[in-house]
Design a protein around this ligand. Structure first.
Ligand code: SF4
Ligand code: SF4
Length: 387
């Protein structure tokens, strides 16, 4: 349990922030930090702190794929003001950290603030004896070199975990090429989520500051639509922070597969009776028509019959042939062998196709498609059974 938890409750600060005006974001974040105990509760002078934004792809901040540069700037200024020695970085699923940060406006801010990029290209193995499921991770050198981590997630939808927020953001601490095998090793969404929880209990970020000023709805986490929520969320408890974010987008936090293992692991709580919300009223931000899947993912385990039923009822990635440029990114990033999306000897002038019997529904293909040609579609049977 962290310092800023009151006796039995996790504190989550909600601070209104209408847009990304530099001074407005700074003021909102300063206020949020005071509400969760002050910056000195998280950082001491002279400590090496790594700032971990979401740098999934290299695109303009207007697309809402990455943490906004002004959120990054405010965090950098406040942490530097507390005497921390800062580095930053992420291991994106597609492209390199430096290039993605440059395209997303983050590199310019890092240069202005004198925050060097940490080494996220290489890492080393670390054991986690207290893990629920995954006792060995390869962690980026830049993360291991820091005394502490401050996580800056972006609120977005996600095919596998329903939404991506505080807990999921730490997946970028695993160097790039090593993330795909984690999907293949853990095809069950609940086991995958437990691995994410283990990663968080290993790394224990000091503080999470979620950029929900402009969120992403629909076909996230890369190709969705921007949606204004106008709020920054701050907490030392990532499970509680994600639960509050879920409440804002009218998603039951129990449907997010990291919630239950997160509570079991002692990482935090998603039960609102154990969460203290401070700052602005949550009612000011609730968005009931936010476009997100409001159903839990289906488990992968349970034998042949369960796999047969799951294959016919669970949502699946579908290619829009009109948008597909046949670039092959989906094929290259499919983590299963044989690949579940491929040309299979077919004419490469046509889009690749999915074999849903092989597909583990990790949605990496949907995530990496640069043309937004892949979306997550429910099956007719799934709609009938799970409506
Ligand atoms: S990544 Fe998208 S555009 Fe590229 S081949 Fe796959 S579906 Fe087509
Ligand atoms: S086809 Fe897509 S969703 Fe299915 S296993 Fe491959 S990358 Fe994952």
């Amino acid at each position: 349990m962290t310092d800023n938890r009151t006796v039995n409750k996790s504190r989550v600060a909600l601070v209104a922030c209408a847009d990304y005006d530099q001074r407005r974001v700074y003021r909102a974040m300063s206020r949020g930090l005071e509400l969760v105990g002050g910056i000195s509760s998280f950082v001491q002078p002279g400590e090496k702190i790594l700032i971990k934004p979401n740098v999934l792809f290299g695109v303009s901040p207007d697309r809402c794929v990455c943490t906004h540069p002004e959120v990054f700037r405010a965090a950098g200024r406040l942490l530097a003001g507390a005497g921390a020695s800062l580095t930053c970085g992420d291991s994106p699923g597609f492209g390199g950290c430096r290039a993605n940060m440059a395209l997303g406006g983050l590199k310019k801010v890092a240069d202005e603030l004198g925050i060097p990029l940490a080494d996220f290209a290489r890492g080393r193995a670390v054991t986690h004896p207290g893990a629920l499921l995954t006792r060995r991770f390869v962690i980026a050198n830049g993360v291991l070199a820091a005394d502490g981590l401050v996580s800056l997630p972006k609120l977005k939808t996600h095919g596998l975990t329903r939404f991506t927020g505080a807990v999921k953001n730490q997946f970028g601490c695993v160097p790039g090429l090593m993330k795909g095998p984690q999907h293949a090793r853990l095809p069950d969404p609940f086991k995958f989520a437990t691995m994410l929880v283990d990663l968080n209990t290993l790394l224990r970020p000091r503080l999470y500051i979620m950029d929900a000023v402009m969120a992403m709805e629909g076909n996230g986490p890369r190709n969705g639509s921007p949606r204004k929520l106008g709020v920054l969320l701050l907490s030392a408890d990532p499970i509680a922070l994600d639960a509050v974010a879920c409440k804002i987008i009218d998603l039951d936090p129990a449907f997010v597969p990291t919630s239950a293992p997160g509570e079991k692991a002692g990482l935090g709580t998603y039960h609102f009776e154990n969460i203290e919300m401070v700052g602005d009223a949550i009612e000011d931000f609730i968005c009931p028509d936010f476009n997100v899947v409001r159903k839990p993912p289906l488990p992968a385990s349970g034998g042949r019959m369960a796999a047969f039923i799951k294959n016919r009822t669970s949502a699946r990635p579908v290619i829009n042939a009109d948008r597909c440029t046949r670039c092959g990114a989906c094929v290259r990033h499919c983590p299963v062998t044989p690949r579940a999306v491929d040309w299979r000897g077919e004419d490469k002038r046509r889009p690749p196709s999915h074999d849903y019997n092989l597909c583990i529904r990790c949605f990496c293909c949907q995530e990496v498609c640069p043309e937004a040609a892949i979306s997550v579609k429910e099956t007719l049977l799934g709609k009938i059974i799970f409506r």
